[in-house]
Design a protein around this ligand. Structure first.
Ligand SMILES: [Zn+2]
Length: 854
């Protein structure tokens, strides 16, 4: 058996902010009224002279008077000397054992190994409250394991070593563990049940639980051969999985499998910010700079190495091993899969045991809320850069450059101002999913571009633009091309956002450095673009127009970090207001009267006074004059109400406030707020259109038509009457980007009548979510033609799916064939959810193309 030491101990020691700042214990899960005082406050902790004997209390007397069945309301504590530590009780106990229990009865045992935390006289009481093991409600009725074998739960105190570290080295092996349980049973018999001398209880089923840093103690006990019936890990797998895996594999293969169980919960890890792979120092006004870690990675100054602090990697490796063990069970192990499983939870780290302990004690196979199956092993955790993470050491995304030195006074100018980073009250860290498994055809990069920077106005707008372009890989010649009109057009955006936020805006375009230097447009050539606007449009100027459309997306991602729904709405709203405000500035600066989609219907100026929101948002609203002094707060709330439909539900699903039944938190699109039209069979229509295509080929071959096969000729379809108008449901699309403001907008498209519901439902979803910034140009749908593969006459003879009126080309100007394209992952995920196939997966990649797949 492998010894528990070295790396496991080290990993278990790596605990940071979430454990350092331990919150107050959450309210007791079963409390219905405050009429019953907590027993621990019924007598002073100090001053009771008889260690190991529960002092009398008013609560006890009242219970006895009322003939309550469970002595002492199921709560007490005693000292078990081998555990050591400071004087006083060192084991908290909870039970649902009836006062009438006779000697020789069986009692099930639960042992909960607590996590790290700040020492103090009430340390163990706090840990017991977090453990969620109270089995009685406030009225004294048994709420946990009421109908099964009586249960005694123990929360032994670890040994405090230093800081917030606690070890279970006084509970090192099965012998020490058994001694603890024997002492607890003896104490229950004599002190609580007051059974006659010589009485005892038979030890039944054993459940071993660990929270957080207690996982190290749990692994040590399993490694030394302890063989519990059930094991529960509450975000505790910081160390390696070997002892737990071996125990689980042995149990699964044993005849006792159906009476055993392993439940493991982990919280998702996070990746470094792309711009700060080694973390960064953030200045605080009037205080020392604080270091922002690169996601779940922390720097060890001792050996100058990065260490990963997460439960995700080991928990998911364990799930992989469980899958293997279950598949080897005769019959496939499906019946056991509920008993032996690993899940990701969206419950906060410190709240997990209180949320899950009680239901798991009733049924180890129970389905608990806010927990979902992990993604497949082919999807690597967000905090890991290597695809072989299942078997090899995790590698840090963004490289292994060391933590930057703490800035001194001289270097203060280089320090990021705290106001640059969005940090709302109650805000939460958010990393978009990097899982390719949620797509049929995954975009690259997979994740929605994250945002962390708050706009920070600068007076050096041109310098900020040039530095931002350089940061994204644009060379000196490319940057020189921005001199004059290019920088002038970008100036309003750069002045309002500053360099750091501008980098994030530009990154959102998903452009290559060459595309940033010479942004694409929809026209055949630059001369055609000039004709459309009636004046020259230098290529670099287009970047400013395109960057405006990145602003709502930037604020949408910032909103994922908001502390509450009103703030999230305010941010999404703010993104669109800023786009419109800066659009006018860019029009003036560029001299171009260009089109931008108007804001979603939920967007509104802010009412005066600005409703309660973060000071950062409030200051930006005031600075940009985005307040309508005539607007009543009720009007603002009405727009908020409009957002609170589908857009807010999506926000809750994305941020894990609401658990999706289908997907983990953080993915780009959720189907729950929408109705996906059932699959539509178009075989009959296909036969008809193909017959028309055969006629056209024959006409071309016989010289009866001169229209090239790659051009539309819808005359062949007219008589079939299969096509109909497809409404855009309010989605604003133009046939070109950039487009003069005076050019016509598309009102509808033409497509196969049968699939009209699928298209319209998808468009409606884009509109309801306010995602028009991600989708604003189309080259159309219905077009009776052959496939366009440059230089391939053979391809032109094969009918394009556009001929069927079931395909649409979107944002074509920046998603050319044979390129990776720039399609936003949200759009890809949305259309895939509505049963469309993305052309990027075709043999000739076609990232502008989506076609109905049924
Ligand atoms: Zn297409």
């Amino acid at each position: 058996m492998k010894r528990y030491s070295g790396w496991q101990q080290e990993a278990a020691d790596l605990f940071f902010a979430d454990l350092m700042g331990e919150p107050l214990p959450p309210p007791r899960v079963w409390t219905r009224s405050a009429s019953t005082p907590p027993l621990m406050s019924a007598w002073p902790r100090a001053g009771w002279p008889f260690a190991g004997v529960v002092p009398p209390s008013r609560a006890v007397v009242e219970q006895n008077d009322l003939g309550e069945a469970i002595p002492l309301n199921g709560r007490g504590r005693f000292r078990h000397e081998p555990l050591g530590g400071e004087a006083g009780d060192n084991v908290e106990a909870r039970w649902n054992v009836d006062a009438a229990t006779a000697s020789g009865s069986t009692v099930d045992i639960v042992v909960h190994l607590h996590g790290y935390g700040t020492p103090g006289s009430d340390f163990l009481a706090r840990k017991a409250a977090l453990a969620g093991l109270d089995m009685l409600d406030a009225a004294g009725a048994v709420r946990v394991r009421a109908s099964s074998v009586p249960t005694l739960a123990l929360v032994p105190r670890g040994r405090h070593v230093e800081g917030v570290r606690w070890l279970f080295d006084r509970l090192p092996d099965p012998a020490a563990f058994d001694a603890l349980i024997a002492a607890a049973i003896a104490w229950l018999c004599t002190t609580v049940l007051r059974l006659p001398s010589g009485s005892t209880l038979v030890r039944g089923r054993l459940t071993l639980m660990a929270h957080s840093g207690g996982g190290a103690g749990l692994s040590a006990l399993l490694a030394k051969g302890l063989d519990p019936d059930e094991v529960v890990c509450f975000d505790s797998m910081y160390g390696e999985d070997t002892p737990i895996r071996r125990w689980a594999e042995a149990r699964i293969a044993s005849p006792r499998a159906a009476r055993s169980g392993l439940r493991v919960f982990y919280t998702g890890c996070s990746a470094p910010l792309p711009d700060y792979p080694a973390g960064r120092w953030i200045e605080r006004p009037g205080g020392d700079p604080t270091y922002q870690q690169p996601g779940s990675w922390s720097w060890s100054e001792g050996d100058r190495k990065w260490r990963l602090t997460t439960t995700e990697v080991n928990a998911r490796r364990l799930q992989h091993a469980l899958d293997g063990a279950l598949s080897r069970v005769t019959g496939g192990g499906a019946a056991l899969a509920g008993r032996f499983r690993v899940e990701r939870t969206s419950v906060g780290h410190n709240d997990i045991p209180a949320r899950y302990s009680a239901p798991l004690l009733d049924d180890i196979a129970v389905t608990v809320p806010k927990a979902t199956a992990p993604p497949p092993a082919t999807t690597r955790p967000a905090c890991v850069a290597n695809d072989d993470w299942l078997t090899r050491s995790p590698r840090k995304p963004g490289g292994d450059d060391p933590k930057p030195p703490r800035p001194g006074r001289a270097a203060e100018a280089a320090v990021v101002d705290v106001e640059d980073v969005y940090a709302p009250p109650g805000g939460r860290a958010y990393s978009p999913s990097s899982s390719a498994a949620v797509f049929r055809t995954a975009p690259a990069p997979v994740a929605v571009t994250p945002a962390s920077e708050w706009p920070e106005p600068t007076t050096d707008a041109d310098g900020a633009s040039q530095r931002a372009l350089r940061a994204l890989g644009v060379g000196a010649a490319g940057i020189a091309g921005f001199a004059g009109p290019g920088l002038a057009a970008l100036r309003p955006i750069a002045a309002a956002f500053g360099e750091a936020a501008l980098v994030e805006l530009l990154r959102r375009l998903r452009y290559t450095p060459a595309q940033l230097a010479a942004p694409p447009h929809s026209f055949a050539n630059d001369a055609a673009l000039t004709r459309a606007f009636g004046r020259a449009v230098p290529r670099p100027v287009i970047l400013a127009l395109r960057t405006l459309l990145a602003i709502p997306g930037h604020f949408r991602e910032l909103a994922r970090q908001a502390g509450n729904e009103p703030e999230a709405f305010a941010l999404e709203n703010l993104g669109w207001l800023l786009l419109q405000s800066l659009r006018d500035d860019v029009r003036s600066a560029s001299g171009l009267n260009f089109w931008m989609p108007s804001s979603p219907t939920f967007v509104t100026p802010f009412a005066n006074p600005v409703p309660g929101m973060s000071s950062q948002a409030a200051r930006l609203i005031v600075a940009r004059m985005l307040i309508d002094t005539t607007l009543d707060n009720a009007d603002y709330l009405a727009r908020y109400g409009a957002w609170r439909g589908r857009a807010a539900r999506h926000w809750r699903l994305e941020t894990g406030r609401e658990t999706s039944t289908m997907r983990p938190a953080g993915v780009p699109f959720y189907t729950e707020p929408f109705t996906i039209p059932a699959s539509i069979n178009i075989a009959a229509q296909r036969t008809q259109v193909q017959a028309a295509w055969a006629r056209r080929l024959a006409d071309v071959d016989a010289g009866r038509t001169t229209v090239p096969l790659t051009q539309c000729d819808n005359s062949y379809l007219t008589s079939l009457r299969l096509m109909s108008r497809v409404s855009l449901r309010g989605l604003q699309l133009r046939a070109q980007f950039p487009s003069p403001a005076t050019a016509p907008s598309l009102a509808s498209l033409t497509g196969l009548g049968a699939v009209q519901p699928a298209f319209e439902a998808a468009f409606q979803a884009v509109v309801d979510l306010g995602w028009n910034d991600l989708l604003f140009e189309t080259q159309g749908m219905g077009c009776f033609r052959g496939k366009k593969v440059p230089g391939s006459p053979a391809a032109a003879r094969r009918m394009s799916e556009h001929s069927m009126g079931i395909a649409i080309d979107l944002n074509a100007f920046e998603n050319a064939q044979n390129t990776a394209g720039a399609m936003d992952p949200r759009i890809v995920a949305l259309f895939e959810a509505f049963r469309f196939r993305w052309g990027r997966g075709f043999p000739t990649p076609d990232p502008m193309h989506f076609e109905y797949a049924g």
